[in-house]
Design a protein around this ligand. Structure first.
Ligand SMILES: Cc1ncc(COP(=O)(O)O)c(C=O)c1O
Length: 346
């Protein structure tokens, strides 16, 4: 007999509706190309290294990330995507049955990570201005609170006052997911990770850095906090290839990342104007995507897929309703998406 876990009933593998489409704007990845140093490193990689295990905890990447922040390597953890850093952090600080509080709506993996780790999710609605509600989050008593800024899927950012209040009064750890920080106007919240003992800020190479396929994410926080995350993470999460490409990209490609992040933001704003001209009202976004409320979004997205364009549909999002999330991209792709959307709204 298979000993089925009661808490896994109703769980299914992650599979957003997706068919291969010529224009895929559904996952907020970088569609502007490959960082040059990454392409070079791939070519230089010695195939014989494939036979050996990588180093357990990606020490070179930790060191380079940490030195960019002016701290020692012990302040940084890495993982197989920031998904892995987030998942490891939940395991590190919560026993099964304990509460994980998070803003709602937010990154769809959060309720899923809660479930697979046997946690009780406490979804706390964002306020009407899309800021977090510190009082309601703190009232959950959760030992781990997850915040996301710029938030996926809304694209909105959290105010410093609210985030600081949560961090100051939380009974435990506050995770701040900054997967989209490279597209945002402000500096984000890494300073809190460097000055408090209860803040873990997570970032990723999957968005502005254009390396989603390599699966590299990282987190920064006080060494005592990071040590616990590393215990939960376990060894060998980054391949040697992933580590060396990420290091080369960090060392050599920040100008490339900046240029294309700026282009993604410029095209996002051009897309906003085009959507507004269609009578739609996209939310204010500081990510590389726009969330646009559209009644019947799943059906509209299906009709767009029939036209070879994939965007992400959400149904009944708290405070928003049905909506489409459209990733920014080179303008010709967005033009194709706009045409498909116009035809699909009819
Ligand atoms: C808010 C947010 N956090 C984390 C991730 C995970 O990114 P990765 O695991 O590729 O680093 C994503 C991916 O879409 C995201 O939107």
């Amino acid at each position: 007999m298979i000993p089925l876990r009661a808490s896994y009933q109703g769980l299914s593998p992650y599979s957003p509706p997706k068919k291969p489409c010529r224009v895929d704007l559904s996952d907020n990845t970088n569609l502007f190309g490959v960082p040059p140093a990454a392409a070079r490193k791939l070519g230089e990689f010695h195939a014989e290294l494939l036979a050996r295990y990588p180093r357990s905890y990606a020490p070179d990447l930790r060191r380079v990330l940490a030195s960019g922040l002016g701290v020692e390597a012990e302040w940084v953890t890495t993982g197989c995507g920031s998904d892995d850093v987030l998942d490891s952090a939940l395991r590190a600080f919560l026993e099964p049955g304990e509460v994980l509080a998070f803003q709602d709506p937010t990154f769809v993996m959060m309720p899923l990570f809660a479930k697979v780790n046997g946690l009780r999710p406490a979804a706390v609605p964002l306020r009407a201005d899309f800021d977090v509600d510190p009082e309601a989050l703190l009232a959950t008593g959760a030992k781990v609170i997850y915040l996301c800024s710029p938030n996926n899927p809304t694209g909105t950012v959290l105010s410093r006052a609210s985030v600081e209040r949560v961090v100051d009064e939380a009974p435990g750890v506050v995770i701040i997911d900054e997967a989209y920080a490279d597209f945002a106007r402000g500096p984000g919240f890494v300073d809190l990770a460097l000055t408090r003992t209860n803040v873990l800020v997570t970032r990723t190479f999957s968005k502005a850095f254009g390396l989603a396929s390599l699966r590299v994410g990282w987190g920064v926080g006080h060494p005592r906090l990071v040590a616990e995350v590393e215990k939960a993470r376990g060894p060998y999460k980054l391949t040697q290839l992933a580590e060396s490409v990420a290091v080369a990209t960090l060392n050599e490609d920040p100008p490339w990342v900046r240029v294309w992040a700026q282009e993604a933001v410029a095209n996002r704003e051009r897309l906003r104007e085009a959507l507004r001209a269609m009578g739609l009202k996209p939310l204010p976004s500081e990510g590389n995507f726009l969330l646009v409320p559209v009644p019947g979004a799943p059906e509209v997205a299906e009709r767009m897929r029939e036209r070879d364009v994939n965007v992400r549909a959400f149904q009944g999002l708290t405070g928003v309703g049905d909506a489409l999330r459209i990733g920014s991209a080179p303008w010709p792709l967005l033009e194709t998406a706009l045409t498909a959307l116009r035809e699909s709204l009819r």
